[in-house]
Write a protein that binds this ligand. Structure first.
Ligand SMILES: NC(=O)c1ccc[n+]([C@@H]2O[C@H](COP(=O)([O-])OP(=O)(O)OC[C@H]3O[C@@H](n4cnc5c(N)ncnc54)[C@H](OP(=O)(O)O)[C@@H]3O)[C@@H](O)[C@H]2O)c1
Length: 335
């Protein structure tokens, strides 16, 4: 196998751990001697070993059998080895300590704590480094992680379910607007996000849990509640969740508070008041609308006060699909 094939293999296999590595990026590493694979490692679980460490620990088992010395080996790694000591040690230092001959990297880590420092550590210790091999694929695979570090804010998605006549809910009773298939689709969107945010009224009126009910393992999302009024922390939203509660209503300030930590994506699931505030603030990157065939008519509460509100907020339709009897539309910011 050549470097291209090995990098593609590492990228593809790393994806298996997308939901258990989050909010960390997925990373794969392969150790070779010539064209023979000695070992592979992946970042499987958030907070646990990085991919390079797993690959090196696996290689260690074959020392003296498949190979004689680490200096005969090259390491292929989808993301730049980290330079900083976080939950685990510095991978770059560990690679140096083992004495690898060469390291081939997919993408440079956009995290300012790394951003080329990992490569510098390797190079200044006489390890040959190549980087940029399928870096665009690594970036696409970890799009929220790259977005966060490039834009200094998490990627924000707002999801709404709307009746055919543009309503969000009925104030006095709880109604399901969309089909079961759409509601199942939303579970996967929740699984994809690092945090789920809602408003006080939705919490008090609906008592939603907003967990990702999926049939695969997924790290539970952080929960974020915005309310200045009393609430019960016995609400389902708090069950098995780490919840940040904000009493302030300055949305930019709230979102800003996530720029230093690991949360790379936030899903907003709230009613018209908070959703419109988010859209007005101009900090939303993606809007997902599920529209059913049902009408709520006079009893319903409108999502928006004006026609073409979504377009007026600067969004353009990117794609649309039929889900059962509903329509799912994805809007992204114009330009
Ligand atoms: N169809 C759907 O997709 C969907 C999804 C979720 C909810 N809902 C429905 O929405 C209803 C509630 O909607 P809602 O519009 O009354 O409430 P909401 O949007 O869920 O929450 C609004 C609350 O958020 C808090 N908040 C903090 N900062 C804010 C800001 N900058 N702007 C606006 N609100 C801010 C305030 O809480 P405090 O007043 O507590 O301080 C405010 O009252 C629920 O009954 C639910 O059924 C529908």
């Amino acid at each position: 196998m050549n470097y291209e094939e090995l990098m593609l293999r590492a990228i593809t296999k790393a994806n298996k751990f997308k939901y258990t590595a989050k909010p960390n990026p997925v990373v794969g590493a392969i150790i070779i001697q010539g064209s023979e694979i000695i070992s592979e490692g992946y970042h499987e679980v958030y907070g646990k070993n990085h991919a390079e460490i797993n690959a090196i620990e696996e290689a260690q088992k074959h020392l003296g059998k498949k190979f004689e010395n680490f200096s005969d080996l090259s390491l292929i790694c989808t993301l730049e080895p980290c330079s900083h000591v976080g939950k685990t040690g510095s991978c770059a230092e560990f690679i140096v300590k083992k004495g690898f001959k060469k390291v081939i990297i997919g993408a440079i880590d956009p995290n300012p704590k790394v951003a080329g420092r990992g490569i510098k550590i390797l190079e200044s210790n006489n390890i040959e480094v190549e980087y940029g091999l399928f870096g665009d694929l690594v970036e696409k695979q970890n799009k929220n992680f790259f977005y966060k570090h490039k834009n200094n804010k998490p990627y924000i998605t707002v999801k709404i379910a709307s009746s055919l006549d543009g309503m969000s809910h009925i104030d006095t009773e709880r109604v399901f607007i969309t089909s079961e298939s759409s509601r199942n689709d939303i579970q996967k969107i929740r699984a994809d996000h690092d945090a789920i945010l809602t408003g006080g009224n939705t919490l008090r009126n609906d008592d939603p849990d907003m967990n990702a009910r999926v049939d695969f393992s997924v790290n539970p999302a952080k929960k974020i509640l915005l309310t200045s009024k009393p609430y019960s922390n016995k609400s389902k939203f708090f069950k098995n969740a780490c919840v940040d509660v904000f009493e302030i209503n300055n949305l930019s300030k709230i979102i800003d508070s996530y720029k230093e930590n690991e949360i790379c994506s936030i899903l907003v699931e709230a009613g018209p008041k908070l959703v419109n505030s988010f859209l007005k603030e101009g900090i939303v990157d993606e809007l997902i609308v599920y529209t059913s065939e049902k009408k709520l008519e006079k009893r319903g509460v409108n999502w928006f006060q004006e026609n073409n509100a979504i377009e007026n907020y600067g969004f353009k339709l990117e794609s649309s699909y039929k889900i059962d009897t509903d329509l799912k539309e994805i809007f992204k910011k114009d330009g």
